[in-house]
Design a protein around this ligand. Structure first.
Ligand code: AOF
Ligand code: ZN
Length: 351
């Protein structure tokens, strides 16, 4: 790893602090280096907050401020050039008199898309691009997808017994994963913008779909309920977190339950993803049921799958897990209590 890569790696580490907080914005980190010493660091903490560059510059100690024009600014995404919720970072960089900026990757957001880099170069700033580019893109896979594809980043998740069952006979709910895995799943929930279940799972399991860990941010709860037949007594409607009911009949809002109308089609998945994309839902954790998971898998509309296998539990005669052809083993495996968690990435992501 060369010097540029080392500082960029730090930028990415800072950026990841914002997982679950920056969406639909990207996660971005910035580091300011003067003669081998970091004099400022920062990251974009939440959507609507200051951008990473501004955070970083704001964290430079008063006695180091005079060093800024001779320092190199590292940032994991191209500095913006537009007036959004905050003023353009490219302008701020010029005001500070910085002469060298190292960027990991271009910002695909249509209002930026190269303009930040151009503005800096036109003003005589040396801009080095592409340092740890693929790592930076992978870190912001959700943001890149939001700006380049008409759907959210999709993570499939299910828990199965060692003999491949996700529920008891007849679909009767069963606790399958270990308590430590359950806490991890709550962390995963807090990291994504939306969480999805079909109406069968909503009705039978009556899940809360909230992130019950300290400081956990609740995702938008999304359910498909074609004919609005789910009872209001379900926890999904408890008002604790916002819920979106995709259905065939109506649009509208009641408290923090929103309704979005789906076009009636044999396959509701494209319409569902379109609604979520239009609402800027950057990522979706799909928790069930089996039929929906299968339909995401069959259509290839997924980016990651996290499969929890309870290695000591068997459920004879249970409800079989989705059938997946992974094209190779998992990219990562984790042990959690009595469980094994296999992480699969869609083959397209390696491209
Ligand atoms: C940067 N540094 O740290 C981030 C950037 O609504 P706003 O003003 O927050 O702008 C959001 C857009 O700005 C977002 O879509 C992306 O293009 C860029 N994010 N840019 O220079 C940052 N978070
Ligand atoms: Zn910016």
């Amino acid at each position: 790893m060369d010097v540029h890569e080392r500082y960029m790696s730090r930028c990415l580490q800072l950026a990841r602090h914002a997982l679950g907080h920056a969406a639909p914005n990207p996660m971005v980190g910035a580091v300011l280096v003067h003669e081998g010493r970091i004099i400022g660091e920062g990251w974009h903490r939440y959507c609507g907050g200051a951008h990473a560059e501004v955070e970083c510059l704001g964290n430079v100690a008063p006695e180091d401020r005079h060093l800024i024009p001779n320092a190199t600014l590292y940032v994991s995404l191209e500095p913006c050039a537009h007036h959004g919720r905050t003023p353009p970072c490219a302008d701020r960089i010029l005001q500070e008199g910085i002469r060298h900026v190292v960027v990991a990757c271009r910002d695909p957001f249509p209002l930026v898309d190269g303009r930040g880099i151009d503005r800096l170069r036109e003003a005589g700033v040396q801009v080095t691009c592409g340092v740890l580019e693929s790592k930076a893109k992978a870190t912001n896979a959700r943001f890149f997808l939001l700006n380049t594809a008409p759907r959210p980043y999709i993570i499939l998740k299910w828990a199965q017994s060692s003999d491949g069952m996700v529920a008891g006979p007849g679909g009767k709910p069963r606790r399958i994963s270990s308590p430590s895995t359950d806490r991890l799943v709550h962390l995963w929930r807090s990291q994504e913008s939306g969480i999805f279940v079909g109406s069968g799972t909503a009705g039978i399991d009556d899940p809360r779909l909230t992130a019950r860990i300290p400081g956990g941010r609740n995702p938008l709860r999304v359910v498909v309920d074609r004919h609005l037949s789910l009872p209001r007594s379900l926890r999904l409607f408890d008002g604790v977190a916002p819920t979106l009911v995709c259905n065939l009949h109506r649009d509208g809002e009641e408290g923090n339950v929103a309704y979005a109308r789906l076009a009636d089609a044999p396959d509701l998945l494209p319409g569902l993803l379109d609604i979520l994309h239009r609402r800027q839902v950057q990522s979706l954790l799909v928790e069930g049921g089996v039929q929906w998971l299968q339909s995401f898998l069959v259509s290839g509309l997924w980016d990651e799958a996290r499969v929890i296998t309870a290695t000591h539990t068997r459920i004879p005669g249970g409800l079989p897990a989705p059938v997946a052809s992974w094209q190779g083993g998992p990219d990562r495996t984790l042990r959690s209590g009595d469980d094994r968690i296999d992480f699969h990435t869609h083959p397209r992501m390696y491209g």
